[in-house]
Design a protein around this ligand. Structure first.
Ligand code: ARG
Length: 572
């Protein structure tokens, strides 16, 4: 697509001799208020050099460029040159790409570069609750966005399957556990055992000691401890997988923290060799006071390792194994400081890969019904939320399509119900805390997933009504765009034109909500176009041009939703 800023800079260049095209491009603005043009060039900076009043400079420039075919109109207003792009040219240029459903918004700039992304990463034997939706869905979308830009993305689930809590679990299971109960209801039973351990340990501190010993045995690879731990992990993962299946999210590796058991000693040795670690109250720490951070605890007095010990090994393993261009961690803001500590320890150890490690933090999600607390059992399971969304959507879809067959209703209910939850999750700037609201999620008219998907289905319906022949002509790109006028069409064209830039911005900022926002804008613009214009008119050329715009809008929505991890049903 034409880069209009660049093109305008080239045109202006021959009229503004004192600035280079690059400098002009920096100055060109996109006015908020479209009555000031699609692009504007402020002349203040030229006033000094030319020793002339800015409005006079603007007037001369406007006069000089007004006949260029790129513009429909050029105006001087005060110190500004306001430029209105020729709508026909603009649409032709934009739709040339937007009509290519396969490739619209894609690029190959990332070819040959590997990105590792660590997301979801829940803790074993703990409930997979609504809070986990954040890392899971944001991470998956960032993965899709980078993949779309040609990067090879490796999806890693760094499940929390290690640490002293597993010693507690082993002890609790031996004392109070029941095999069948764990099998029937793993997460709930294991969580119950874990809670019971804490209650009992308050009365009998001996238990803590036993748990520590059990974890040390686990780290040492003792058969019985390893067997139990492996079993707990497998049972938990089975539960997590049900949720991943519903969300249609896949991982390339589910190597939990335990995968690094035999990979940590190397770094403990290196820390020692470099004199970076010293003893403090029985534990081994790396002092980070010089950088204003609390110390990093590497091993406890009994020799057992910690979360950060495993993460040091993890980062270096990823670098040596995947040679990443970037290594992304999608983890809550609570761990901001933690990641700073991790990068610093890697730096001190001399591993430059820390420079390509990125922590993508996000805020908290809460439910309207109040705060959650794992200990008191007030937990909202993500699986329940997803099921409820599908069930409620099924009712709405069945009502809208009384004669549809159940299989169709079920498929759409899934795509729309799950999509609604994903969309709501990705509607918020990720760093902000937000409250999950049911009526907002499933509203077909708000700025929601169902609304956007419905608009996509509407585009498909217009295409069906237009018929194959008209669609084929529209698709060919041989279109008389002068037949569509009006600001709705142009506004829609502009949004489609911006789509590739928007995807880049979302990638650069690790912010899927930028895409969410943009597909809402496309959907709203299309709906205005749809309501104000008669699309399937008698005039054949006009009809073809309007159907072309419809196909382009459909592609924009569909490809945008795909980057969020959502389907775009053709009927609903
Ligand atoms: N399991 C951790 C938690 O629930 C998140 C792990 C993130 N990844 C990492 N490499 N530290 O807090």
């Amino acid at each position: 697509m034409i880069d209009y800023k660049k093109k305008i800079a080239e045109i202006l260049c021959s009229h503004v001799t004192d600035l280079t095209a690059e400098e002009i491009e920096e100055i060109v603005e996109v006015p908020q208020d479209k009555s000031n043009g699609d692009y504007a060039f402020p002349c203040f900076r030229l006033a000094k050099v030319l020793r002339k009043a800015p409005p006079l400079i603007a007037k001369d420039i406007a006069e000089g460029i007004k006949d260029d075919p790129l513009f429909e109109k050029v105006e001087q207003v005060n110190a500004y040159v306001n430029m209105f792009i020729d709508a026909e040219e603009y649409l032709k240029d934009t739709l040339k790409e937007a009509l290519d459903s396969e490739n619209f918004g894609k690029s190959d700039e990332g070819n040959g570069k590997v990105i590792t992304i660590d997301f979801s990463s829940p803790n074993i034997a703990k409930p997979f609750h609504i809070g986990h939706i954040r890392s899971t869905v944001i991470g998956n979308s960032i993965n899709l966005i980078y993949r779309n830009l040609g990067y090879e993305v490796v999806r890693l689930n760094h499940v929390g399957d290690y640490g002293t809590q597993f010693g507690k679990m082993i002890v609790a299971y031996r004392k109070w556990g029941d095999e069948d109960e764990v099998k029937a209801n793993p997460i709930e039973t294991l969580l119950g055992l874990y809670t019971k351990f804490h209650q009992e340990a308050d009365k009998d501190p001996e238990l803590e000691d036993e748990a520590r010993k059990a974890f040390v045995k686990l780290e040492a690879g003792e058969e019985e401890e390893v067997r139990l731990w492996k079993w707990f992990s497998d049972e938990s993962l089975r539960e997590f997988n049900r949720v991943y299946d519903m969300l249609e999210i896949e991982f390339d590796e589910i190597d939990g923290e335990s995968f690094y058991t035999d990979k940590m000693q190397r770094f403990i040795d290196e820390l020692n060799a470099k004199n970076l670690m010293h003893e403090s109250r029985g534990a081994n720490i790396v002092d980070l006071e010089e950088w204003g951070m609390p110390p990093a605890l590497i091993t406890k007095s009994d020799g057992s390792t910690l979360y950060i010990t495993r993460d040091i090994a993890t980062a270096v393993y990823r670098d040596e194994h995947y040679h990443f261009y970037k290594n992304i961690y999608v983890v809550a803001t609570q761990q901001n400081l933690y990641f700073q500590q991790l990068w610093k320890v890697l730096e001190l150890l001399g591993y430059d890969c820390y420079k390509d490690c990125v922590h993508v933090p996000f805020g908290m999600v809460s439910m309207e019904s109040g705060t959650m607390s794992t200990r008191s059992g007030r937990v909202i399971f993500l699986e329940d939320v997803l099921n409820k969304a599908v069930d409620q959507t099924r009712e709405i879809i069945a009502e809208k399509n009384p004669n549809a067959d159940p299989e169709f209703i079920d498929k759409v209910a899934h795509e729309v119900g799950i999509g609604a939850v994903i969309f709501q999750e990705l509607s918020n700037n990720k760093i902000k805390d937000y409250v999950f609201k049911w009526d907002k999620v499933l509203n077909f008219d708000g700025e929601t997933g169902p609304y956007v998907q419905y608009t996509h289905a509407r585009c498909c319906s217009v295409m069906r009504k237009a018929g194959e022949e008209v669609c084929a002509k529209a698709q060919s790109g041989d279109i008389d765009y002068s037949k569509i006028t009006g600001k709705n069409a142009f506004e829609l064209g502009r949004l489609l034109h911006d789509m590739p830039d928007v995807i880049h911005e979302a990638a650069d900022k690790y912010e899927p909500s930028i895409i969410t926002r943009h597909v809402v804008n496309i959907a709203q613009a299309y709906n205005r176009f749809y309501h104000d214009e008669h699309i399937l008119t008698e005039n054949e050329d006009e009809k073809i041009a309007k159907v072309a715009l419809t196909i382009a809008a459909k592609n924009g929505i569909k490809n945008g939703l795909a980057l969020l991890g959502m389907h775009a049903p053709e009927r609903m």
